[in-house]
Design a binder for this molecule. Structure first.
Ligand code: SF4
Ligand code: SF4
Length: 61
């Protein structure tokens, strides 16, 4: 876990599936075909934010 206080959340997922491939700790899973992030696994590396073509993943303080 990093020292950042915020959370990486999915908001407005278009179901393209790209984020799951890029997560190094396998924190992204699907629920009703929408991507969700397991906050216990996520290290806030921000890779999924960069890869999402729909800007559907955001970092919230
Ligand atoms: S990359 Fe973005 S739009 Fe695609 S599945 Fe992930 S959150 Fe959804
Ligand atoms: S921020 Fe990094 S660790 Fe967290 S879900 Fe996205 S790719 Fe995975």
């Amino acid at each position: 876990m990093s020292e950042q206080n915020g959370y990486v959340v999915v908001f407005g997922c278009k179901r393209c599936g790209k984020c799951k491939d890029v997560c190094p700790v396998d924190a992204i899973y699907e629920e009703n075909e929408l991507s969700k992030i397991d906050q216990d696994k996520c290290t806030r590396c921000m890779k999924c934010i960069d890869v999402c073509p729909n800007k559907a993943i955001i970092y919230m303080e």
